[in-house]
Design a protein. Structure first.
Length: 552
């Protein structure tokens, strides 16, 4: 893949100032391909290079394997107008039940519908026309003045880079979900020359996260994680063509994207050559350390395809695999799960991140800023939690190896049915939501604080209702006054993000000093009435219990 690329900034009109009405778009010659900017954002004064291939198509014999380098194709100049989205899949519980339930719960309205997805007809939604297996592409947003000087170091230094991994529970989402990074780019100008923003597609569902001993005979588990690593290798090699500095890379992600970063930090012994800083927002994943559970999912997918081997699956059409993936995730995801995601594969991921963090002899070298939301667990909490016997059944379905005595300890000692608010909940659903929030979300933040011995920067997004994903509209706020956003909180959050990416220390002229977590467990609370300093309310005893893996 290593060519000797030159950079050709083909300007028909060279000017230090790019006019808002300019129609002239720069080119970047990457050696293996030539790309022209797809468009220019006049309001933000930046170029958008869309759909740059960073790996070969993961199709045919490349299915269910680690990604391969892109082949050389210089026959045409790529303009990025051919949009790409990796195959998507959503659980029935998330589309048919959860959203209504959360709305009812927050309003105090009883919820009386069935939570069994088999009670609902499977009516697949029309496929997104952008959906394709050949989806390993990335987008780049680069300030015009940075792109202008990319070919001439004498015009100024290269700038820091943010690489964004989208969320979506490892089954949905794409790089273009939050192309409105205008706010981040503009806020970054207050701390220097700005940043280059890169957003990445990676394989989802069965395509990226199929695992188990049977798969390893002729494939690679956690292929989606390797897609992301391939994208980081691409940034290392090519981002200077867009004015980016490959020695100042910050990886940033939300939910599944943040959980992916957590795995990058713990799965690879070293990695500072690919990124130096990390911003994790609500790192979320369902722990799957059990090979039997992985193989069950693997055989289920094979059955839906009516094949008995991966090689047979590789010979099927994309439409067949996309349909099977969508059906499996829709029908067979237990409430609160999406079936797929990172798994302990005995190779790339030797143990869960929380367990690896306990190995104090490891060197944790990445500078970390992370946040979580005040009400992380509710969206993935079953309404059946009001019935303890049913909730116990759901816990067994979520954690197939959990023992009855362990459930007793969980629900009697760690999360007792005490609803006076002293334990962080006031009813049975709130109690179950706390369980979900701990194992799936906020204890991941606790593990990072422990690993870095308090040298992290931590914050709590506390704007009501503070549900999982609510912070995204703040992270990518673009100044639109019609949006229901506290602009002050949004601008301050963007300040902290961009200054951290640029200088390693989160700062804001409109927000308070952002101190390290430290021995006092200090974090910032981003609330509706302002931003204040608080002590981390995370329950350490509960997180230590989850970290030790007693549930399997």
């Amino acid at each position: 893949m290593r060519a000797i690329p030159g950079i050709a900034l083909a300007w028909l009109c060279l000017s230090a100032t790019i006019k808002a009405h300019s129609i002239y778009l720069p080119h970047a010659d990457l050696g293996y391909a030539i790309h022209r900017a797809t468009g220019y954002n006049a309001a933000g004064d930046y170029y958008n290079f869309s759909n740059i291939r960073y790996a070969s198509p993961p199709t045919g014999d490349n299915r269910f394997r680690i990604p391969q380098s892109p082949l050389t194709d210089r026959t045409v100049i790529q303009d990025g107008t051919d949009a790409r989205v990796c195959p998507q899949a959503s659980p029935m519980w998330d589309t048919a039940i959860a959203r209504d339930f959360v709305d009812h719960y927050l309003k105090g309205i009883p919820f009386n519908r069935s939570t069994d997805v088999l009670d609902y007809p499977y009516d697949p939604e029309p496929r997104d026309p952008r959906e394709t297996e050949d989806c390993l592409f990335l987008d780049i947003l680069v300030p015009a003045r940075i792109m202008l000087r990319a070919s001439d170091p004498n015009r100024g230094p290269r700038v820091p880079v943010i690489v964004w991994f989208h969320g979506g529970a490892f089954t949905t989402g794409d790089k273009s979900q939050f192309t409105g990074a205008r706010g981040l780019i503009q806020r970054s100008m207050a701390f220097g020359d700005g940043v280059v923003f890169v957003s990445v597609n990676y394989r989802l569902g069965a395509f990226g996260w199929l695992s188990g001993p049977e798969l390893r005979e002729s494939g690679n588990a956690n292929a989606g994680l390797m897609d992301q690593r391939m994208a980081l290798l691409w940034v290392k090699q090519y981002i200077h063509f867009f004015g980016g500095d490959d020695s100042k890379v910050t990886v940033m992600g939300e939910s599944a994207g943040a959980a992916s970063i957590m795995h990058h930090i713990t799965a690879f012994a070293r990695g500072e050559e690919l990124f130096q800083r990390a911003i994790l927002q609500s790192p979320a994943f369902l722990p799957v350390p059990d090979f039997a559970q992985q193989d069950l999912t693997f055989r289920q997918f094979q059955s839906l395809l009516n094949v008995s081997s991966l090689d047979q699956a590789r010979n099927l059409s994309s439409q067949a695999l996309i349909a099977a993936n969508a059906y499996q995730v829709a029908r067979y995801s237990v409430y609160g799960s999406y079936i797929y995601g990172p798994t302990v594969d005995g190779n790339l991921i030797s143990a869960l991140p929380g367990e690896l963090i306990l190995q104090r002899e490891r060197m944790w070298y990445i500078n970390v800023m992370h946040g979580r939301n005040a009400n992380e667990g509710l969206r993935a909490t079953t309404p059946d939690a009001i019935h303890e016997d049913v909730y116990r059944r759901d816990l067994r379905r979520t954690f197939p190896q959990i023992q009855p005595a362990t459930i007793d300890h969980l629900l009697r000692q760690l999360y007792p049915p005490i609803y006076n608010g002293s334990r962080g909940y006031r009813d049975a659903v709130g109690r179950a939501s706390s369980v979900t929030a701990d194992y799936g979300y906020q204890c991941n933040n606790y593990y990072l604080n422990e690993a870095y011995r308090g040298s992290t920067y931590a914050y709590l997004f506390d704007v009501s209702p503070g549900l999982h994903e609510d912070d995204l509209q703040y992270t990518f706020y673009d100044g639109d006054p019609s949006k229901s956003v506290n602009a002050t909180v949004a601008w301050a959050l963007q300040d902290y993000i961009t200054s951290f990416a640029m200088n390693g220390v989160p700062q804001s002229k409109i927000g308070p000093e952002f101190k390290r977590y430290g021995p006092n467990r200090t974090m910032l609370d981003l609330g509706e009435t302002g931003i204040t300093e608080i002590r981390d309310p995370t329950d350490q005893e509960r997180c230590r219990w989850w970290q030790l893996g007693f549930y399997y």
